[in-house]
Structure formats: C-alpha cells, structure tokens
Design a protein. Structure first.
Length: 280
C-alpha cells in the first residue's frame, strides 16, 4: 500500500496467484465449516460476543490457512496478530515484542519446512517467486507473511463487525435477509459503502495539486477519506440512507486503481458465508 510502481507491481504480482478467483473459490467449503465451528458453541449458550468470538478469529484463521499455517496454530497466530496490531502503550512493550518474536519464530520454521518440502500454499509460492531474477530474502518473505496476516485480519474483522452492528439496528433488513439469503451480498456491499472498515488512507502528494481551491504541495501528507467519498451525494443519492439496491459500482472501500485491495474477493466471500451461516 505504501509502495509505488514498478516495485509495487512486482510485489503485488508475487501474491496475485494466491488471490485468483479459482484459488479463493477453493476455500469456500473450508470457510463455511469454520463459521459453523465458531457459531455452534454460541448457539448452545444462547448469547455471544460477536467481535471476540467470531469477527476476530475468523479472518485470522482464513488468512493463516491461505498462507499455509497448520490448523492447530491458527488461534495462536490470531492472538499474536491482535497483540501486534494493538497499542504497545496499552498491552506493554514486552508483550508487543514477544508476540513479534514468537510469530517470527513460527514462520521461520514454516519457511524452512516449505523450502525442503513445497506445498500448495502462499508461503511456498513466496519462497519460489522471483523479482528481476532474484528470490525474496528470508527477512522479506517473513515481513510479507506478517503484513498479509495483519492486513487481512483487521479489515475483515471490521467489515464483519460493522455489518453485524448495522443489521442489529435494522430489524426489517434482518427479516428480509433471513428469508432472502440471495440478497446478503447486496446488503454487505451497502455496508461497505455506508460503514466501511477503513475510514481513510494516508498518502504523500507526488506533485503540486490545486484541488477545489486548496493548494496541495509535493511532499504534503494527505488523508484520503474513503468514508466521505462513499457518501458523496453527487454519486450516491440520499447517501445517509441504507439502501441495498442502490448502484454501488463506485464505492471506494477497497481502494482504487493499482492499489485496489488484492484480498477484496476473499473478504467478500468470507463475509457472505459468515452471514449466510448467521442468518441460517
């Protein structure tokens, strides 16, 4: 996200194969099983903390599975991700660094194993891939794995949580989706516009720009508010109304152009299956 072409294009190409539609579709049955496994204990209890018990663990498990982390390590990896994504001032520097070290150790072990015995997973693909005839260093490969885990975890967690929060306050939408599950993707697409998981993205201006009378200088920090763009009334009529049937072709929740979220299809599949499971 913070890199420009041509380096950005090269790095993106390394993982594009793992996020191809055919690869994502292969995960559907596995994701559905994980959703049921997370929800079943809550059905027995009659209540749940949706974020803690569902929207945090699910994306972590999915991204870990994509990378090639063994099933028994999924929840431990999730705990490390949450620690690394937390504020060190809150959890303590010791816990923050410990999570980094322990996760780094696991992935270095997995990288060594895959270099000896390749598998059909993203870790193996990263080990075998080359940029300009050179393979990624172990440190770069490790950084790639951790960056993918954090990027895929926090955003999809927010997408799931925001969807549940909005549906919880809209009983008529709940009733409709319970009897019309084919409309779940439409409702989730409107959640992306109405309450996106990422509100803004920080960028550095590459050249002087005059925007609506405001001068932006080369090198200035710019905060691009995706949430504001998604409520632009010239693009989305009555933007403060939740309407799952509107044309959402121009939403910017997954970014735009060269930086369009490479995991968008996987995030959409995860949330679709999650809410099909919830409503069923």
């Amino acid at each position: 996200n913070q890199t420009d072409p041509p380096r950005h294009r090269q790095l993106r190409a390394l993982i594009s194969k793992a996020f191809a539609p055919s690869m994502v579709a292969q995960m559907e049955t596995w994701i559905r099983r994980e959703c049921e496994e997370l929800l079943n204990p809550c059905l027995e209890n009659g209540e749940m903390d949706f974020v803690k018990e569902f929207s945090i663990p699910l994306p972590g498990r999915v991204t870990a599975q994509l990378l090639g982390v063994p099933n028994q390590d999924h929840d431990q990896v999730n705990a490390w991700i949450n620690a690394i994504a937390s504020d060190p001032a809150v959890i303590g520097m010791e816990a923050y660094f410990q999570a980094q070290q322990e996760m780094g150790k696991l992935f270095m072990t997995l990288l060594e194993e895959r270099s000896r015995v390749p598998q059909q997973d993203l870790i193996t693909h990263l080990l075998q891939a080359e940029i300009d005839g050179e393979k990624l260093s172990p440190a770069d490969t490790l950084a790639f794995c951790i960056a993918l885990l954090i990027a895929g975890n926090e955003t999809t967690n927010s997408f799931l949580a925001n969807a549940m929060y909005n549906f919880a306050g809209m009983p008529e939408i709940q009733a409709h989706l319970a009897t019309n599950p084919a409309d779940i993707p439409l409702a989730l697409n409107e959640v992306l516009r109405f309450d996106p998981p990422v509100l803004s993205m920080c960028r550095i201006a590459k050249q002087d720009v005059l925007l609506e009378g405001h001068q932006i200088r080369k090198g200035d920090l710019v905060n691009a508010w995706l949430s504001a763009a998604n409520r632009d009334q010239t693009v989305f009529p009555h933007p403060d109304e939740f309407n799952m049937y509107r044309d959402n072709g121009k939403i910017l929740s997954f970014g735009y152009g060269a930086h369009y979220c490479i995991g968008a299809m996987l995030a959409r599949l995860e949330t679709k299956i999650a809410f099909e499971t919830v409503f069923s």
